[in-house]
Structure formats: structure tokens, C-alpha cells
Design a protein around this ligand. Structure first.
Ligand SMILES: [Zn+2]
Length: 287
């Protein structure tokens, strides 16, 4: 007789009672899901841009231009030379508008109709030989592509005989884009020494041209210039002059800003900081 006799006729067989009180093997406790923390939204550059439909002012082809959504990117700081730095995103990559058909390229701030002679010059010098980007559809723009597009903007500006300020603006943005690209490479932790050196060289070349262009534009054009008022341009030139070691030019520009009754307090504060740097540099040269 056993403890469970009778069960067999109910169809239940094979119940072993010999180890009935043995502790069952411990089951792995069911892991509780960690409490949900508010997840950081995954960064997706595509969310920051949209396709803007334009018409090429040179060949009339439709242009699908990736454009930055306003108010989406978060400004975190600003360089001494007014380059704006955004949280995880570089809007400058999206400033050039490029016609995939004829290659005409322009910074979106300067997108406007062209005169017949400008169109002719662009078509003859770029349009006829351009074969770079036909049929491309992009959802984002990489740094190398953006640099290529900025270079195309500069070529178009030269051929259409744009004002000095437009060419200077392209060079300014080109220099800043090189800096931004270099910083992103350095932040990636990858071996990028040679690339960074080249980008630094290119940045300086762009900024030297921007300086020359704005100096020329300052003598011949009115304000606002490239979206900046007179004292902002003077401030920018002062920072660039300081970088180039032209201390006398830099001090004159800064003095002009500090004496101006109409200059914004924001630029005046920045000018005071540059003045201190100039004074320190002059002192260290004398000692
Ligand atoms: Zn075109």
C-alpha cells in the first residue's frame, strides 16, 4: 500500500513519493524589469530637417533642398568668433542649396534670382561640366558632403561675380564647418590626426579669405552684411585680426566698438574680453 494508491485508476501514474519533502531546486527568481527611467530620446538627424522644394535660379530644375527645422536644434554655446554650437547637431551642413542638375549652389540666405549674365556664367563654367550629384536623394548630409557643397557655393559665387560679403560669408561658414567637422572627429575617439591637421589648415585658409572679403565689403557695401550689423562685423574682424597677429588692427576695431553708443551690450561685453586678450598679447610681446 502506498500513500497514493488509488490514483492509478484515475489515470495518474508514476508519482514518486520517496523524496516528497525534498526542497525543490530553487528556480531562478524572475528578474524584475528595472524601473523605467525616462529614456533619452534617440538622436536622429533626420528629425531635424525637412525637404524644401525650390526651383533652380539657373536651369529652372526642381531642387529638393534639405532644410533645418526652426527651433529644433538647441544652442549650447558660442565660440569667440561667434560660431554657434548646437547640441549634437550641426545646422551649417544644411546651409548650401545645391542644384543636382546644373551644379549651381548658393547659401540659403542668398537664394535669389540671378541676372541673365550671371546664369550664363554659371552654366558655362559649372553647368556644362557638372556631373556630380544627379539623381541623388538624401535624408541627411555628412560633413564631407557639406564641405563639398560649400566649395560648390564658393565656385558659383565666384562665377556669378557675387558681392564680396557673400563670398566672405561662404568662407566664414566653410572655416567654421571645418572646425565643427574636426571637433566631431576628435570626439569620436578614432585615430584622426592627419585628417584633423588638414581640416585645421583648411579652416585657416577659409577664415583668411573670409577676413579679406569682409575687409573689402566693409569699404564698399552697406549693412546689414551677411545678416550682421556694422559692429558685429567689426567685432568678427577684430577677433580674426587678433588670431592673425594683427594687433593694431584688432585694437582699433575694438576701440570703435567700445566707443559706439549704438552698439549692443552683448557685442560690447565680448569686445571687452577681446580687448583684454589684445593687451595681454602686447604685454607678452614687450617682455
Ligand atoms: Zn540648376
Amino acid at each position: 500500500m502506498g500513500l497514493l494508491d488509488g490514483l492509478e485508476k484515475l489515470g495518474i501514474k508514476g508519482v514518486d513519493t520517496s523524496n516528497m519533502f525534498e526542497e525543490p531546486e530553487k528556480e531562478e527568481p524572475v528578474k524584475k524589469a528595472p524601473p523605467k527611467v525616462a529614456e533619452k530620446p534617440v538622436f536622429n538627424e533626420e528629425d531635424y530637417v525637412f525637404v524644401k522644394k525650390l526651383e533652380c535660379p539657373v536651369c529652372d530644375s526642381p531642387i529638393q533642398s534639405l532644410t533645418v527645422k526652426t527651433g529644433k536644434a538647441r544652442l549650447i554655446k558660442m565660440d569667440k568668433d561667434l560660431r554657434q554650437i548646437y547640441d549634437g547637431f550641426e545646422p551649417m551642413k544644411y546651409e548650401p542649396v545645391v542644384c543636382q542638375c546644373c551644379g549651381y549652389s548658393v547659401m540659403n540666405r542668398y537664394f535669389a534670382p540671378l541676372t541673365p549674365s550671371q546664369k550664363k556664367a554659371v552654366l558655362e563654367n559649372i553647368g556644362n561640366s557638372f556631373n556630380g550629384k544627379k539623381g541623388e536623394t538624401k535624408t541627411t548630409i555628412s560633413y564631407p558632403e557639406a564641405l563639398e557643397n560649400i566649395t560648390l557655393c564658393l565656385a558659383s559665387a565666384i562665377f556669378k561675380r557675387a558681392k564680396a560679403s557673400e563670398k566672405a560669408y561662404i568662407c566664414l561658414k566653410g572655416g567654421w564647418l571645418c572646425r565643427s567637422y574636426r571637433e566631431s572627429l576628435m570626439a569620436s575617439g578614432e585615430d584622426c590626426e592627419i585628417e584633423c591637421e588638414e581640416l585645421l589648415k583648411k579652416e585657416k585658409e577659409f577664415l583668411n579669405n573670409a577676413y579679406d572679403g569682409f575687409v573689402q565689403a566693409r569699404q564698399s557695401e552697406g549693412y546689414p552684411m551677411a545678416g550682421m550689423d556694422e559692429k558685429t562685423i567689426d567685432y568678427l574682424l577684430a577677433v580674426m585680426a587678433l588670431e592673425r597677429g594683427e594687433l593694431e588692427v584688432a585694437s582699433k576695431l575694438i576701440a570703435g566698438i567700445l566707443q559706439s553708443p549704438s552698439c549692443s551690450p552683448r557685442i560690447k561685453d565680448k569686445a571687452r574680453e577681446i580687448k583684454e586678450e589684445i593687451v595681454a598679447k602686447i604685454r607678452s610681446q614687450k617682455s
